[in-house]
Design a protein around this ligand. Sequence first.
Ligand SMILES: [Mn+2]
Length: 425
Amino acid sequence: MAIEFYKEFGEYGFLANYSPYGFYKNGIYYPTAEHYYQAEKFDDPVIQKKIICAETPRLASEIGRDRSLVRKNHFRDMKLKVMYDGVLEKFRQNPEIRSKLIETRNQEIREMTVKESYWGVGPEFDGENHMGKILMMVREQVKKEVLEEILNQAKDKKVYVIGHHHPDPDSVFSSLILTHILKSYGIDAVFAVRDDEFVEKKLIDDFLEEDYEVVDDYSDKAFILVDHNNLDGIPKENVLGALDHHIITNEVSNLIEIEYASCGLLLYDLFRESYDFSEEERKLIGLTVLSDTEYLVSSRFGLEDQKLYKDLNTSIDEKEYQKKYFETTDFSDTISHNFHKDYKEYHFHGYDIKRSLITSYHDGWEKNYSNYILEITNHDINLLIWCDYESRTTFVYYQGKEYIFPYFTTSTNLVLKYLEKERVL
Ligand SMILES: [Mn+2]
């Protein structure tokens, strides 16, 4: 899906030249990228000053487009470069929108201006869209610069690459892989974890062949964060940067946070042009994807992720690994235990929802399912969501009635919305 913006309004208004993000260039402060672009059309310092001091970008543009004023020779040949330079400085010097631009991942950017077929998409939506193209180039450039900044700061230091507490496969393997990548740049990187109370321990134990360091004293060390991280006790000034697939770490500088299926997959996309991933590393990255997407079924596993996952070209047999490693409800535990293991209360349009989530593979699920349904009245539960991974079916049991959900999901919010649509709630 493309990112579309129209003028300086809406979610992506920050992409527009009129948006109020100023920057310095050659010692001069420009209130917007528009001011910069229009001023650059002229050699005459008086006109330039008039434009730079214009109260709004619209006024700057009006002066700049005044055909009675003499423009630079050959400005036409320079204008793309001028625009690129201004937009680049705007994003370089405003970290909050730099992060937002980076968050748009690799999506196409389109300026939806029907009056402009050169900078925008034009009346037939097939214009040259140079503004969108420049923004995409700037996005690549600032991403590169953030990475370079992290690498620069890491030079001559011992750097601990670390994920979240109770690390899962994505956290552990991302830390390991980024450690390898940093080492290839000559950086003294340490594969580290905050603790080794691993989640999905069996998967980690079976594939982890390297030693890690457990770090719980965060003073006097330099860190690079990966996966679901927040500072969580690490002094901000000790963090050189963060590469994460969730947009949460806003507190630190040198941030690359983009929604990807897993942090491992983000690392792969960021470095695949510059780092030669071994077969083993590709496999570990594949495992981070499996683990973070409930073995490729969750909606988080988007189209772009699917392409990248394919590109990894691993020898993983997803079905086999799912059976072996994916932890669904353990039916050797008591029904009562399982009902309360994944239990949550929701308040939805005045209804008190007490929901339990059970996950299974198809083998024998019917028998388990009917046993659990019989037991439900003995427990304080009114909504049971039962996800069967083999048949990818979601059964919803609410107040004595069963509904088969139209697609596979573990999301209670989606189920509640569905029940509302069906006029059950
Ligand atoms: Mn993750």
